[in-house]
Design a binder for this molecule. Structure first.
Ligand SMILES: [Zn+2]
Length: 119
């Protein structure tokens, strides 16, 4: 967590870089500061939130992590009982398009002649 007097332009918190001076928002208790995220987006962030685990980026990082998690969801082949660490692994192992199994699961149809399920 950052203290107001420690905040200066160029200071980096995770994926955010401070690009402005802290300012007080009308009728708000906290000071805010403009930060630039590594994705290029600028965002006003409460100074007290800087450096906190839930304020790693403008929000893009969280999305990135969630995306990764869904890719790594293990998947089982219902007919053979074979388990793969992810849809992509299963697809590649079966010689299919890498999105074949995830598409099959969401559309509820077969991929590579087999049915698949997340476990
Ligand atoms: Zn971002």
């Amino acid at each position: 967590m950052a203290r107001l007097k420690d905040v200066f332009i160029g200071l980096i918190f995770h994926k955010l870089t401070v690009v402005g001076y802290p300012f007080k928002r009308y009728n708000r208790k906290h000071y805010y500061v403009n930060c630039k995220c590594i994705c290029g987006k600028e965002k006003e962030i409460a100074v007290t939130h800087l450096g906190k685990a839930n304020q790693i980026s403008c929000g893009c990082y969280k999305k990135e992590v969630c995306k990764d998690n869904s890719i790594r969801k293990p998947v089982i082949c219902l007919e053979t009982g074979k388990i793969f660490p992810s849809c992509r692994d299963g697809s590649l192992n079966m010689g299919l398009n890498r999105d074949a199994i995830s598409t099959a699961i969401s559309a509820n149809h077969a991929a590579g002649g087999y049915h698949w399920k997340h476990i």
